[in-house]
Design a protein around this ligand. Sequence first.
Ligand code: F6P
Length: 549
Amino acid sequence: MTKKRLADSPTFRQLQTHFDAVGDAAMRTQFASEPDRYSRYSLHAAGLMLDYSKNRLNQTTLDLLMALAREQQVEARRDAMFAGEKINLTEQRAVLHTALRAPRSTALCVDGQDITADVHAVLDQMHGFSEQIRSGNWVGRDGQAITDIVNIGIGGSYLGPKMVCQALRAQAHARLSCHFVSNVDGHDLAAVLAKVNPATTLFIIASKTFTTTETMMNAHSARSWFLQSGTEADLARHFVAVSTNLPAVTGFGIDAANMFPFWDWVGGRYSIWSAIGLSVAVLVGFAAFREFLDGAHRMDQHFRTAPLEQNMPVLLAMIGIWYRNFHGASSVSVAPYHQDLALFAGYLQQLDMESNGKRVTASGQPLSAASGPVIWGDTGTNGQHAYFQLLHQGSDLIPMDFIAVLNASHTLPGHHAVLLANCFAQSEAFMRGKTAVEVRADLQAQGLDAAATEALVPHKTFPGNRPSNTLLMDALTPANLGALIALYEHKVFVQGVIWGVNSFDQWGVELGKVLAQAIARELSGKSAPQQHDSSTTALIALARAAQMA
Ligand code: F6P
């Protein structure tokens, strides 16, 4: 059945009319006239606080956005996802990353299979394994405890574990270091192999499909490197796999007992909660990993049960729709004010852009409105000294998400207050801006003459009215991190429902993969030069010539 076009929906049209009337209304004025603006436009859920008051919206905007969410059946789609319906239509799969963090008592069957039991059996396996590594009972080939974990995987089998290991590094086991190799570029693996001792290194080959070129090439190279000093019999103590593909894992030479399974109803970019999180469980311990799952589950419960108007993922999503579809904002910048979240924006890029970077609806019709924005960002305060100039005074409207943590996990005096001051000052500056009148008064007070003042005024004026959300948590605990990631997962889900796309496939990565295989055969001389455009032909010829030289 072809769904009605989003752009033709009456509520979407009402939002357009509303935007034409108030889209540019000044937040500065709204804050001045609404003393309760923060308390009206903020909420707490699952250990997080969202302040969305510094957005270009009023109560009518929110009412219309929530009406749109209802009209597009966000609640019914959400319930279908949690119930295990096959909402990933192009792959005919359920979407059940939420089941990975549900308690043992949850009843959930997919195709007649009790998946809660399956999930908890693997969690138990991870628990036992992580304790063995951490305690030193699991020893390498010459009896020494493991010191280094090398996770080989890419995309969702890399970004999640690496980001979470970094985020929770304050709780890392003192003996253990985690390394992450993803790129088929041999510089990546070579740099890690140069640092580790094969006798005390554990490789985790993490790949849902166990066919991904980059991962398989790195895994084979790591295996060859290991066998330069070890035997085939030693492999079992140094190589484990996380995958859905048992035959490929055993074909690679990893014992089935050393494989941590997961399932096709877990999308790669939603897999950190599965055994793909094994490196996290080993590094910070299974109890912390369980807290991480529990935090995400709390956000799931909130998303399932809170009315749309007080539902954090829904609010974040619908505010994003307001900027994407009515203000025409084509990117969103994320600024975590915590160095341990340095990889968070990169993680969100895959989560959001691989999910909602689509141009047709789930039923294959061209979209009638723009879909997923570009997601990008870096930590505060670093971004302030790099690209915030454009955010403040550039020509594009780029909504921001600030993420801050009230309590630091270090004890260095003074730093944290300055960090938080910067975070709060930035959102204030984005909202307030600085008018020409204010700039002129400043310059005159500094004693500049009239000509010098007028020459500087346009440069020192900030338009302001630039929107942002602020997310706060008490501390960067595993539970709060789990809730934060789940919040963004559900935001992406809600936006996908509004746009009517399938947020759970990723056909867009296929074409390049196929062409790369053909070109790799040409570069290696295994196949004769093929028909390409003149640019690609010349690039291949240059690379061939460099190889020959
Ligand atoms: O790039 C496409 C993709 O399928 C991602 O969605 C996925 O996370 C990544 O490749 C890695 O896939 P796998 O875990 O199967 O190696």
